[in-house]
Design a binder for this molecule. Sequence first.
Ligand SMILES: [Fe+2]
Ligand SMILES: [Fe+2]
Length: 179
Amino acid sequence: MSRMDNQSLLKKFFVDELQDIYWAEKHMVKELPKLQKAATSDELADAIGDHHVATEEHVSRLEEAFKMMGETAKAKKCEAMEGLIKEAHSIIEDTDQATATRDVGLIMAIQKMEHYEIATYGSLVQLAKTIGQNDVANLLHQTLAEEKDADEMLTSLAENKINEEGAKEEGHEGEDENE
Ligand SMILES: [Fe+2]
Ligand SMILES: [Fe+2]
């Protein structure tokens, strides 16, 4: 196979992966307001709200990236993000409203999504450079930095307050299924 063919296969793979993260980002735009509503503390609700605004920008950047590559923006179902969203919903179901434990769970669920995004954008930035799409790489690098900021923000919320408050909360009698 010629080098040219390898490049175009890699480009096709790259575009497929853009479609995957495009689906993931669009679904996060829908889900984050639900997670925000479920949060107990104002600090966490505000942090989720801020990342919702950032996530809308991530969707726009991906549309820009498709355009730069002469491709139409198309979303392809991302099984990983779908699973992470389901997990977030079950955390909401399994924790009581207005508890710090709810926030501990939400932080964990959202951090899993952020880590998935960080891994994806980290790889996409590298791959964009490999296929000579440096402008696309720069664009996606901005999103990567914002995902890392969101992750750090959530870590500091957990460390500073919410986990300790969660530790003070008493479980209800008979709540532990293993008893
Ligand atoms: Fe994002
Ligand atoms: Fe994110």
